[in-house]
Design a protein around this ligand. Structure first.
Ligand SMILES: [Zn+2]
Length: 181
């Protein structure tokens, strides 16, 4: 649920049966997020918000509402680009090198460029649309190699290296970018 606040903009209210009290945090878009117990009414949530205004202002790195919306827009654009590009690029390399995966997912986590799970699902971050194509390809090849090696063993890196001989350099360059949108 979202409530509109004059000072903080859109505030995200997350109701969870596991929350025992009210917890404030910042969403990836820089919005104030309140985790509250399931039975909390909107009225009560607003009252909590009001009584914690000073501490929120002081402690939480919230973005102003204009920046929050700009980030939403950027994410939407990246998502659209990613949807039209990444699944096809992944398929291209999978076919080229004889890999098969079961599922493909787009993510927008702040921390990882991609992942490959034991149920053969490959996830790629939409933030890849912000990095040069060679680095994007490197991440794809890295995740594909995980289909054969679920670790970062020597054998894994040898396989990555057989598809991308500059992989070490690409891995290093990737660190200059942030996967978060
Ligand atoms: Zn890896």
């Amino acid at each position: 649920m979202i409530i509109e606040d004059k000072e903080f903009g859109e505030v995200i209210i997350r109701k969870s049966p596991l929350s025992k009290g009210v917890r404030f945090s910042v969403s990836t878009s820089g919005r104030l997020t309140m985790s509250v117990p399931t039975y909390t009414s909107t009225f009560l949530a607003k009252r909590f918000l009001n009584s914690n205004r000073d501490i929120i202002r002081e402690k939480l790195p919230l973005k102003d509402p204009k920046e929050q919306r700009a980030r939403d827009y950027q994410k939407k654009v990246l998502m659209k680009k990613a949807r039209e590009y990444l699944p096809y690029r992944l398929e291209y390399y999978a076919k080229l090198y004889g890999y098969s995966y079961d599922k493909f997912r787009l993510t927008h986590a702040n921390t990882r460029w991609g992942s490959c799970s034991s149920n053969r699902t490959i996830s790629l971050n939409i933030g890849l649309m912000k990095v040069p194509e060679v680095l994007r390809d490197y991440v794809i090849l890295h995740e594909l190699a995980h289909l054969n090696h679920m670790d970062h063993s020597k054998a894994f890196w040898a396989e990555v290296g057989s598809h991308d001989k500059n992989y070490k350099n690409h891995e290093k360059k990737l660190k200059m970018f942030n996967p978060g949108v």
